[in-house]
Design a protein around this ligand. Structure first.
Ligand code: SF4
Length: 318
């Protein structure tokens, strides 16, 4: 682990002796929480164009998006290899034959060394997981499963269209196949107390989750959340509040969970609130400063819930 937390780039260095960058795609999927299968209207904060660069403007083919991404990261960051990130919407929401076609297309590029598949807990049936397990034999594969909070009352308010129990079931079945899991959490969701957010941190440690993406709640244009925010129903975090919260969260998760994101970055054209006026880089350096001030680091307060449970169970037996 680095000085304060275990970064994704450190994690990748364990597997690759060269610079690896993630290319985010919009492969043309939709989401069961938008088309009526799990829900209507989507999560109240969902505006994929705001967080998925390839969901804006004219639709390009998967091949064209990968070619563009490779060229961009080579020119600007001297990238050598690439992980193709199926990012926009729900990238396992389709027949296995279509998924196979898309994943094969991505892996047909010689410098693509991995896949990261963004999805929802209710879109990982066993046949899809078996397919992903097959790909994990030949490439560096991640399954990114959105959660946001372990509290069902929050998931209902967010109109997530799935429960914490569905998340737990999906993660257990994914891990049983030996796949890497990255999960997504939002801090500052409406109605969530500090204790509730820390309970989410503690619960993640019980699943052997490999990676985490974390960010604050932000309000994007043309979302249901925007209407609620403008009606004064949704408070947003200040940067100082977020720094404290994210450090509290980091202290409680496992030390070996690779941090794939420590703060969100919504492009100005979509952002309604909060407007912190500082870059992602500055927020990360403030997080590091706060951990340094505390003499703290990722996992410092990690409680092994699984061990605790088994100790309690053992105490009952003996
Ligand atoms: S699960 Fe993802 S894509 Fe679907 S509505 Fe929610 S945020 Fe949008």
């Amino acid at each position: 682990m680095g000085k304060y937390y275990f970064s994704y780039s450190e994690y990748l260095k364990k597997f690759f002796p060269f610079k690896v960058y993630k290319i985010a795609l919009d492969a043309g999927f939709t989401c069961p929480n938008r088309d009526g299968t799990a829900g209507h209207g989507g999560c109240i904060y969902c505006e994929n164009r705001s967080f998925s660069p390839n969901s804006k403007g004219e639709k390009k083919s998967v091949r064209a998006q990968i070619e563009y991404g490779i060229d961009f990261y080579r020119k600007n960051f001297k990238a050598e290899r690439f992980i193709v990130y199926f990012q926009a919407y729900t990238n396992t929401y389709g027949p296995v034959s279509l998924l196979r076609e898309l994943y094969d297309e991505a892996l047909s590029f010689p410098d693509v060394v991995g896949l990261s598949i963004g999805t929802r807990p209710d879109c990982l049936p066993d046949d899809v997981l078996d397919l992903l397990a097959h790909y994990s034999q030949k490439t560096h594969l991640w399954v990114e499963i959105g959660l946001q909070s372990i509290h069902n009352e929050t998931l209902i308010k967010m109109n997530r269209g799935h429960t914490y129990e569905q998340f737990a079931d999906a993660v257990v079945r994914t891990k049983l196949r030996g796949l890497r899991v990255c999960t997504h959490v939002i801090l500052g969701l409406p109605g969530e107390t500090h204790d509730m957010m820390m309970q989410t941190a503690d619960a993640l440690g019980s699943f052997d989750i490999d990676g985490l993406k974390i960010h604050h709640l932000y309000v994007a244009e043309k979302t249901i959340l925007e209407k609620m925010y403008r009606a004064g129903q949704v408070p947003v975090l200040t940067v100082e509040e977020y720094i404290k919260l994210v450090c509290d969260f980091l202290e409680r998760i496992t030390p070996d969970m690779a941090m794939q994101r420590l703060t969100g970055e919504l492009k100005g054209e979509f952002l309604v609130a909060p407007k912190w006026g500082v870059s992602k880089r500055v927020v990360i350096s403030l997080i590091e400063k706060e951990l340094a001030r505390r003499g703290s680091f990722q996992g410092k307060l990690y409680i092994n819930i699984k061990n605790q449970i088994s100790q309690e169970a053992l105490a009952k037996v003996f």
